[in-house]
Design a protein around this ligand. Structure first.
Ligand code: ASP
Length: 325
């Protein structure tokens, strides 16, 4: 049994420079040395990046998925990735959409950097390694281990800017917990078949915009936002509503590119056919918007970009959101 550990930076790996705040600079060896009990799990450590997670890109994550897959093919029981928490819900979902292996790929990080009292990185790293090594975690795809909770990548959200309990799955709850060092899975959601990883150049060239509607919003922004884009995600009010003046503008954009309707609320699904006003979910679907279901706007953006980069047409995109949403 061995676990491959890939490090990408983030708060878990941050330390001071003396010139204005902490930056990512600790290596995997530094991180593992700080964790009591981790020596019981053989680790193969690979430092990939040392960046804040705002700097990560889709191609980097897909390269990481390839490297993680190679580690599994070479015999690793599972994989741990450490990175910043800010984009972790998106990187985890991106990886999950294409991860084809039964072995777990487990992401973690920290909210308190190692220079603070009570840094959470060591405990999170230990929990993630335990999950990655656990037979019970196989066939669950990409997971997030944080604060001794285990979350599915497709459900997890960063819900707080500073709390060590920031990761939650508002629609589903955690899949399980790490209790006294033991991995306890409470539920096993069925996996979706992995999507084919897109060509890196096509992925880089594929642009998807996201707009969150707000009270008394200006629809003119949509034309600017959608210009030279391949797709648009709209984070609507509540169950998928927009101001009435947005409806014809969105209809025109939806005639040119896929536009996916999601909710800005943070939990729950957009509806299909309950409300009938102009700008309601029923109206927007009639105007060609695609139902995003339970996917939050950020995950919808990840899925839409992958689909477009793989050359999916409208029917395939509608079908994929029906399955993944
Ligand atoms: N800004 C940091 C990052 O995402 C936050 C963190 O790691 O928690 O890299």
């Amino acid at each position: 049994m061995s676990v491959a550990l890939f490090t990408l930076g983030g708060t878990i790996a941050m330390a001071g420079t003396g010139v204005g705040g902490v930056v990512s600079r600790l290596t995997g060896a530094d991180l593992t040395a700080a964790v009591p009990g981790l020596a019981a799990i053989p680790l193969d450590v690979r430092d990939v990046e040392a960046v804040p997670s705002a700097a990560l890109t889709y191609p980097q994550i897909l390269d990481l998925v390839d490297a993680a897959g190679a580690a599994v093919a070479d015999g690793a029981t599972g994989v741990v990735v450490t990175q910043g928490t800010d984009t972790l819900e998106e990187t985890a979902y991106l990886a999950d959409l294409v991860w084809p292996h039964p072995a777990p790929l487990v992401l973690t990080g920290a909210m308190r950097n190692p220079t603070l009292a009570g840094p959470d990185g060591p405990a999170n790293l230990l929990a993630a390694a335990r999950v990655a090594a656990a037979p019970a975690a196989r066939d669950l795809g990409v997971l997030v281990a944080f604060n001794d909770e285990i979350h599915a990548a497709r459900f997890v959200r960063k819900t707080h800017s500073t709390s060590t309990a920031t990761f939650a799955s508002p629609n589903a709850g955690p899949l399980g917990h790490v209790i006294e060092g033991e991995v306890r899975l409470l539920t096993r959601p069925p996996r979706h078949a992995p999507l084919p990883p897109p060509d890196a150049d096509r992925l880089t060239a594929t642009r998807v915009a996201l707009h969150t509607v707000t009270l008394d919003d200006d629809p003119a922004v949509l034309d600017l936002l959608a210009r030279d884009r391949d797709g648009l995600v709209v984070a609507g009010f509540g169950v998928g509503h927009v101001p009435p003046a947005f409806a014809p503008v969105l209809e025109a954009v939806a005639a040119r590119m896929p536009v996916v309707l999601t909710s800005r609320t943070g939990a729950g699904s957009v509806l299909r056919h309950t409300y009938g006003a102009v700008g309601s979910e029923t109206d927007l679907r009639r105007r060609g918007l695609i139902w995003g279901g339970l996917l939050d706007p950020y995950k919808a953006k990840v899925l839409l970009r992958l689909l477009l980069a793989a050359g999916a047409g409208r029917a395939e995109i509608v079908d994929a959101f029906a399955r993944h949403g």
